[in-house]
Design a protein around this ligand. Sequence first.
Ligand SMILES: [Fe+2]
Length: 146
Amino acid sequence: MHGRPLIFLMDNHMIEWNDKYSVNISLIDEQHKKLFEIINKAIIAKKHGRTTKDVLEILDEMTEYALEHFELEERYMKEFNFTGYKTHRNEHIDFTNNSLDYKNRVVGGDSEIINEILEYLKQWLVKHIQVTDKKYIRCFKENGIK
Ligand SMILES: [Fe+2]
């Protein structure tokens, strides 16, 4: 695992959007909401006993969308010379690597791990938005991003 380990309190609950997650930048909020949505889709699929293959497909969709989203944030950070760019980008890279590691474990036959993956995704996203993403708000706003 890359980065700091997270504590897994497995609740199997969906993640609900809350205004406290808003970065007050409409496009980024929309993308964050979409990530919540895809993760929730995977949680429901798992709950309803859908096949591992189905859940993996949703996780792939999530990884793909996350990459698109990270690219946007990173493009802005670079363009605006945001000082926290490197640290922030490293968190994105950690997340991408962890997701890939997890996926490979499932593909390798470890389907027991799916609940842990879903929990990781939820916790990572919520924490990343509230702690790391919030740091660029001022910089982005100063550069005219709404
Ligand atoms: Fe981010």
